[in-house]
Design a protein around this ligand. Structure first.
Ligand SMILES: Nc1ncnc2c1ncn2[C@@H]1O[C@H](COP(=O)(O)OP(=O)(O)OP(=O)(O)O)[C@@H](O)[C@H]1O
Ligand SMILES: [Mg+2]
Length: 547
């Protein structure tokens, strides 16, 4: 049996979805008797070049033609549609690209049309012709016998010699939109009595990346896979696209700044055997759609989503700042190109999600937009911003509808507002980024705080805990408290009062060996004070005992 896409090739110009600019021009040329003798159809795979060439051939060879409104059942048209017409020659230049092939063609074109119409030569993959074949073809293409029409079809116009392009009327086929492909799918599904929900067809259309043929190929595969009843699960299985729920969960984790939830999503993804790279693409597409919803205010029909999916998308659009979305899409883009260079997809996905769920520490434009947006949201909430550092607006446009920001003094801190905004959970999930920020200013102090943790947030005070047997570190940390304060303010906009304490539990041997610690102290703090020098040794001895 013929493949689905061949059984459902457009049988008249009215059947052609999209490509209005080409259909109208060809219709007029046919009606006005101005059909050119050589056409160059340019477009990506599966966009309808061969189908359009066949329709042109039908119009030129139908009974009582030429006519753009030929009857698809017309015997000549049926023969053309089935590839059995003697007057329509289809050549694939991928396999017939030599001078000899062109010589044979040159002889063939002299033959008069059998059906009284025109002999139409459809040369697919035309860019595959060799240079000498093009040279041999040039004259014939320029002045073919009156009854001949050439249609050269190619996905790579830049490989067709300019001399040839100049002698043809060129048509550029548009890449069909997801909606157009979905429209063809639902028409074909109806004709084939395939029962598939719109959301499933939309998913197939999206995965087809602009090729009608690929979409119809997938539909055919699905019928082979699960019969004429097609559901979303089948589509996900056959296409290997990420489970929509996992995508929605990852976006929820992003909105919550919850790295742990994000990593759990990756865990489940690899458990389901789905492809992490495809997940990154689908997640980026999902974030793009959230951005669209934020701009339009609601999911456009074009998304063809189920009600539940549309509601979750809108909810996420409320919760995610557009700067966060842009940053996450960027991080996914970086991860995808790293995968192209051979990086391990799962690892790259995890890294991208980890970074995306933690506010940026770098002072990039995006990071600043992210924080401005955080501030605006706080302003929109009516709470005066506490201590968002003054952000100098650069060339990038501030997000829309934002009240103009009052300059915020760096040192100011308004505990009440901060406590409502800043939660201990949030601070704890931010702690690695806080330590990173300190480390970027001072590696040693960063290492010190790497041993600590945000233990409590009470009445505007942030309690930082050091292990009970790290008295020495706590002391040093207190001496560098301003670094921590700056990092916390930079990442959260809050300026809680910092307090340090030793908590009950011990954590075992330090990450830095005694020598290393001393060397670092020396380089960091210059001459080490006496009791400080003594302490690590004692520590080391103490640890020796523990082991
Ligand atoms: N505009 C369209 N409207 C409806 N269906 C279309 C359209 N274009 C293509 N199709 C469907 O997609 C199938 C593939 O199209 P076609 O073979 O014409 O693409 P092509 O551009 O020639 O691809 P290739 O570059 O791979 O040769 C057709 O058989 C038809 O079922
Ligand atoms: Mg083709």
């Amino acid at each position: 049996m013929l493949a689905l896409y061949r059984r459902h090739r457009p049988r008249s110009f009215d059947d052609v979805v999209g490509q209005e600019h080409i259909v109208r021009t060809l219709r007029n040329a046919i009606e006005l008797g101005k059909v050119h003798h050589a056409y160059l159809f340019v477009g990506s795979r599966g966009t309808g070049k061969t189908s359009m060439a066949k329709l042109l051939a039908c119009a030129l060879n139908c009974e009582g033609g030429p006519s753009a409104d030929f009857a698809p059942e017309d015997p000549a048209c049926l023969a053309i549609a089935n590839g059995r017409s003697l007057d329509v020659v289809e050549m694939d230049a991928a396999s017939n690209n030599s001078v000899d092939d062109i010589r044979e063609l040159r002889e063939n074109v002299t033959l008069a049309p059998m059906g009284g119409g025109r002999r139409v030569y459809i040369l697919d993959e035309a860019h595959m012709l060799s240079q000498s074949a093009w040279n041999a073809f040039l004259k014939t293409l320029e002045e073919p016998p009156a009854h001949v029409v050439f249609v050269l079809a190619t996905t790579e116009a830049h490989k067709v010699p300019a001399t040839i392009v100049d002698r043809c009327h060129r048509f550029d086929f548009h890449r069909p939109s997801v909606e157009q492909i979905a429209a063809v799918l639902s028409k074909v599904a109806a004709e084939e009595e395939i029962d598939a929900p719109d959301a499933a067809l939309a998913m197939i259309a999206r995965a087809a990346t602009g090729s009608f043929r690929d979409a119809l190929g997938t539909l055919e595969q699905l019928v082979t896979y699960g019969g004429n009843q097609v559901d979303i699960g089948d589509v996900q299985a056959v296409l290997g696209v990420a489970d929509t729920d996992l995508i929605l969960e990852a976006a929820d984790a992003l909105a919550a700044g919850d790295s742990r939830a994000a990593l759990l999503t990756v865990e489940r993804l690899s458990g389901s055997g789905r492809d992490a790279t495809q997940f990154m693409r689908d997640f980026a597409e999902h974030l793009r759609r959230i951005y669209v919803v934020q701009t339009l205010g609601e999911p456009p029909d074009a998304f063809a989503l189920s009600t539940e999916h549309a509601e979750r998308l809108s909810a996420q659009a409320q919760r995610l700042a557009s700067a966060e979305i842009l940053r996450a899409i960027d991080l996914l883009g970086e991860a995808l190109s790293a995968v192209k260079d051979g990086s391990e997809p799962r690892l790259r996905l995890e890294l991208a999600l980890l970074k995306a769920t933690q506010p940026p520490t770098e002072l990039s434009l995006q990071a600043l937009m992210y924080r401005i947006e955080g501030l605006e949201r706080r302003l929109a909430g009516g709470v005066a911003p506490a201590s968002e550092p003054r952000v100098e607006p650069d060339s990038a446009p501030a997000p829309a509808a934002a009240p103009s920001l009052p300059p915020v003094p760096v040192e100011a801190s308004a505990p009440v507002a901060e406590e409502t905004e800043l939660s201990l959970e949030r601070l704890q999930s931010l702690w690695p980024a806080v330590v990173d920020a300190v480390r970027s200013e001072n590696a040693m102090v960063g290492a010190l705080f790497g041993e600590a943790r945000a233990a409590a947030l009470e009445a505007g005070r942030l309690i930082v805990d050091f292990p009970a047997d790290r008295e020495f570190l706590k002391k040093k940390a207190e001496a560098s408290s301003d670094l921590l304060a700056r990092a916390v303010r930079g990442l959260t906009g809050a300026s809680p009062k910092l307090e340090y304490r030793l908590n009950g539990e011990t954590v075992g041997p330090p990450t830095l060996s005694e020598e290393e610690l001393l060397r670092r102290l020396e380089s960091e703090f210059g001459a080490v004070d006496s009791d400080a020098a003594a302490l690590p040794a004692r520590e080391a001895n103490q640890m020796g005992d523990d082991q």
